[in-house]
Design a protein around this ligand. Structure first.
Ligand code: HC0
Ligand code: SF4
Length: 574
């Protein structure tokens, strides 16, 4: 350990600790901007480019960035000296001098770390007002908006995209004053191999990277009397949206969600979890089919659309490996516009399916034409958790105080197996619960598969199913996924089934969730809430979902049968 003095207080920390971390240990907050620590991934953005965290160190001629500087024995540090405070404010003023001042109408208003910092450091005027760089806003994709004028070169997005996701889309473009972070050759995002995972958006401190906002389109649909507007809510929303309204991370708000949607005027208030159960019936059938017919193994889950884009772009030689199942969001849309439309006697063309998703890639997925039915998209509009939260705020909803209610039938029933889709490991656990009973014919007494749970980047487990051992792999974060895929490519993979989610933590850490600023504790609480919700449910296996069983009986026929193939399965292209 190393002993140092910070603001006259002594603290003992591990060797290799930064000044910033040491100060945090004794509750001294040093402001930061470019710094981002993705603990759990052992990756930190320590570019020290913003110099907002500078402090004074005795014996050093210049101020040092506390995020990058490691403590040494006997170091005497002042975080609050007049020089340090003045330098911090000056560095923020310099950033602001080359930054648009449209805070009131900025997509990031009140969620912007630069805005927050300017306020906290008492910046009232900018002494260096000069010329600003001008750039076009990139609105080429359906998922994210890139506004280089708001880029402050913190390069957090670059760290996220290149080191965690290994996608390599974002890097510094141009030099000096004119530089910003973006794709090489000034390509539009839509022309790159971007997966639209949205993790760059999740870590961008300013309005340089944000989601495409679809709130107005949803409001317009709700106000159009000729439209029958239905909503579906993804598993991970219920444990995160409370944060938008100041509730504790990990608060479960399933009942409030249903009530809030009804009050906004949705004609049908449904649950993606219904379709998650449906997905399990298809995916478990596909797994059993591949096992019994010497099919391609391992099977890879296919419900995460960023992951799907990733393997299409990066592993075009392995397109026959993933499951052909559409994601629950798309299965929901397909059923809403066929079975449900018929049931309620409404022309599917007049049905608008709105998804509330923790994800930016779901916006792009919804428009994938190969999934269309009669030239109709399965899903029409996708809102992120943040957008939906904003929509509720606009409507004056006091979310935390809403009386809980149930989702509507006939697309609202779900089981505990569906809830756990919302976190890494959940899809495969849900599939195992069903595959186990199908293969053995025995009742599964203990449905909790602890060995599949956690937040480690890559996990593996072996589950005994009858006389067979199923080898299961799990990865979250695309960098981790890449490792498993490379093994498959090299013929070295011993797994039967692998679950992959693009975002750290799975959907609970999706790019559209309330900002968590890399705080893994928040992800842990959301994950814990997911398992709590599952444990509290009466029915916890997808094949016991009565509405899903009725759907097969009345409309689809057999799981993995012809009609199911037509409506619920898809294909991939490079
Ligand atoms: Fe997910 Fe999904 S679990 S991808 O993480 O599979 O977005 O929450 O909605 O579709 O169900 C996201 C979350 C979903 C889908 C489901 C899956
Ligand atoms: Fe990279 Fe994901 Fe951002 Fe695309 S959305 S640039 S893949 S981090």
């Amino acid at each position: 350990t190393v002993k140092v003095t910070i603001n006259d207080m002594e603290v003992e920390v591990k060797k290799g600790t930064t000044i910033l971390e040491a100060a945090k240990k004794i509750d001294i907050q040093i402001p930061t901007l470019c710094y981002l620590n993705l603990e759990g991934f052992d990756i930190a953005n320590e570019k020290a480019s913003c110099r907002v965290c500078v402090v004074e160190v005795e014996g050093r001629p210049t101020l040092v960035p506390s995020c990058a500087e490691k403590v040494t024995e006997g170091m005497v540090i002042r975080t609050d000296s007049p020089q340090a405070v003045a330098a911090r404010r000056m560095n923020v003023e310099l950033l602001l001098s080359n930054h648009p001042k449209d805070c009131l109408t900025c997509r990031k208003n009140l969620n912007c770390e630069l805005q927050d910092l300017a306020q906290r450091l008492g910046v009232m005027e900018i002494s260096y007002e000069g010329e600003r760089m001008r750039y076009e806003v990139d609105q080429s994709s359906l998922s994210l908006v890139k506004d280089p004028e708001k880029c402050i070169m913190c390069r957090r997005c670059e760290t996220m995209c290149n080191e965690v996701q290994t996608c390599g889309i974002l890097s510094a473009v141009s030099r000096g004053f004119a530089s910003y972070v973006g794709p090489a050759f000034e390509l539009n995002m839509v022309d790159t191999s971007c997966t639209f995972c949205g993790q760059c958006v999740a870590v961008c401190p300013t309005g340089a990277l944000t989601e495409v906002n679809n709130v107005r389109n949803v409001v317009d649909a709700l106000n159009d009397p000729s439209k029958h507007v239905v909503a579906q809510v993804a598993p991970a929303i219920r444990v995160a949206i409370g944060e938008v309204f100041g509730m504790e991370p990990g608060s479960i708000t399933t009942g409030q969600l249903a009530t809030s949607l009804r009050r906004l005027g949705f004609d049908g208030v449904f649950d993606t979890n219904f379709a998650a159960d449906l997905t399990i019936l298809e995916e478990a059938s596909e797994l059993v089919h591949r096992l019994e017919h010497n099919g391609r193994l391992p099977i890879l889950t296919s419900c995460c659309p960023a992951w799907v884009r990733f393997f299409e772009h990066q592993f075009p030689d392995l397109l026959d490996v993933p499951s052909t199942c559409k994601s629950p969001q798309m299965m929901f849309g397909a059923i809403a516009k066929t079975y449900y439309a018929k049931k309620i006697g409404v022309d599917p063309k007049d049905i608008v399916v709105v998804s509330i998703m923790p994800c930016l890639a779901k916006k792009t997925e919804a428009a994938r034409e190969e999934m269309d039915i009669d030239q109709m998209h399965n899903v029409d509009l996708v809102l992120t958790t943040r957008e939906f939260g904003a929509m509720l705020k606009e409507a004056g909803t006091n979310f935390s105080k809403l009386p809980p209610s149930e989702f509507d039938n006939i697309l609202g029933e779900s089981t505990g197996a569906a809830v756990i889709f919302g976190t890494t490991g959940g899809v495969i656990e849900a599939a195992v619960r069903t595959a186990y009973e199908w293969v053995t014919g025995d009742e599964l007494e203990k449905v909790d598969f602890q060995q599949l749970r956690g937040l480690e980047g890559i996990r593996s487990a072996t589950v005994k199913v009858g006389s067979q051992y199923l080898h299961i792999g799990i990865a979250h974060g695309l960098g981790n996924a890449r490792k498993l895929l490379e093994d498959i490519r090299a013929g070295k993979s011993h797994y039967h089934a692998i679950e992959i989610m693009a975002c750290p933590g799975g959907c609970i850490g999706g790019g559209g969730q309330p900002y968590h600023h890399g705080d893994m504790e928040i992800l842990r609480k959301r994950q814990e809430a997911i398992y709590r919700e599952d444990a509290g449910m009466k029915v916890r296996k997808s094949h016991e979902n009565q509405e899903v069983l009725k759907l097969y009986e009345e409309f689809l026929g057999e799981p993995y049968g012809d009609r199911a193939h037509q409506l619920l399965h898809t294909h991939y292209s490079p």
